[in-house]
Design a protein around this ligand. Structure first.
Ligand SMILES: Nc1ncnc2c1ncn2[C@@H]1O[C@H](COP(=O)(O)OP(=O)(O)OP(=O)(O)O)[C@@H](O)[C@H]1O
Ligand SMILES: [Mg+2]
Length: 327
């Protein structure tokens, strides 16, 4: 206990001497696999207490980025500091500050939930007190499963156990690599609440996802990554706001409606797609719908299947890359 206190104090001093209050600072990070540039000149800062997300499609470089920050994979270029301490060349120096949930976790199947947590505690040189163990079980919603073999856990429970394991050393910074991939919506939401609770406890969280609702709901800030590069980075609200288009209106008309006839500044109506559906991207939803319906009425056009949804991160990704960000 005493040595821990001394350690955290010296860690803080080291952070202060580096001048920044950032939890993580990444500069010009790069990683090649042969001729593939998996991570390309990536720079960002994560503030203490923030939930920072990497959103991007399969193969974008999210896991590679995380692994370099976690000290598991050596960068080819750039620097990473955590709480002011360089991760490389000696990742052992930051090990105490971080908790890691990897993208796929293999458990010891013949151990129970609480045995696994104690084991991982021991691997960190800690004997988990009853209080810490109970807290981890409560936080991860696994209190009732404490004596269940890990083999018998559901997908969502396994993912939450993986998060609990990442917390056994009471880290300041937690890495979660796709914490909800493959889970049904209910299990996903349960995990979201665990992540929010961690943030409320003052932890800094870096996570990856390819679910835009997840990134939108959880992240204070996020980096959209594609082909190893950060192509946009901001709060979800500002990223969507930068589109300058608030809403997307989809409809089918008995005759195609022409953009000109709508006469709306800042709105565009696309040509019908193969199913005859047209899309109107509108800056002002109320005006756009009013004009659309009036035009249809004046020109004797029937409008069916009118659907409205506000612009979201999917639209941001589509606008930036010209492709859909798929699950
Ligand atoms: N050990 C490796 N050797 C060679 N290439 C690799 C290795 N690990 C990853 N890659 C390649 O590097 C690129 C980035 O992979 P990475 O796992 O970082 O992507 P990701 O964004 O985490 O994808 P996913 O969403 O599928 O988890 C991919 O093209 C991948 O095929
Ligand atoms: Mg990955």
């Amino acid at each position: 206990m005493t040595s821990n206190t001394v350690d955290s104090a010296s860690t803080r001093n080291q952070a202060d001497s580096h001048g920044g209050s950032s939890m993580v600072s990444v500069r010009s990070l790069g990683k090649n696999y042969g001729s593939l540039r998996a991570v390309d000149d990536v720079s960002f800062e994560v503030a203490r207490g923030e939930i920072f997300g990497f959103l991007g499609p399969n193969g974008a470089g999210k896991t590679t980025c995380l692994e370099m920050m976690e000290g598991l994979r050596k960068p080819d270029a750039g620097t990473i500091t955590i709480s002011g301490i360089p991760v490389w060349p000696d990742p052992a120096k930051v090990k105490r500050l971080i908790g890691v949930q990897t993208q796929s976790t293999a458990f010891y199947e013949e151990l129970t939930v609480q045995e696994v947590l104690r084991l991982f505690g021991a691997l960190h040189g800690r004997r988990l007190s009853k209080r810490v163990l109970e807290d981890l079980l409560d936080l991860s919603g696994l209190a009732e499963k404490r004596k269940a073999y890990t083999l018998a856990l559901s997908g969502g429970q396994k993912q939450r156990l993986a998060i609990a394991i990442a917390l056994v050393n009471e880290p300041e910074l937690v890495f979660l690599d796709e914490p909800t991939t493959g889970l049904d919506p209910q299990a996903r939401r349960r995990t979201w609440e665990v992540v929010k609770e961690l943030r409320d406890r003052g932890k800094t969280i870096i996570l990856t996802s390819h679910y835009m609702e997840e990134a939108e709901y959880l992240c204070d800030r996020l980096a959209i990554i594609d082909y190893g590069k950060i192509i946009a980075m901001d709060t979800p609200v500002r990223l969507v706001g930068q589109l300058g288009r608030k809403a997307r209106i989809n409809f089918t008309a008995s005759r195609p409606i022409e953009g000109v006839s709508l006469g709306l500044a800042g709105s565009d109506v696309g040509a019908p797609n193969s199913e005859g559906e047209q899309t109107l991207l509108a800056e002002n939803l109320d005006d756009a719908i009013a004009v659309l319906l009036r035009t249809a009425n004046d020109e004797d056009i029937e409008i069916k299947n009118l659907q409205v949804r506000t612009a979201n991160l999917e639209d941001v990704f589509l606008t930036l890359t010209g492709k859909e960000l798929r699950d």
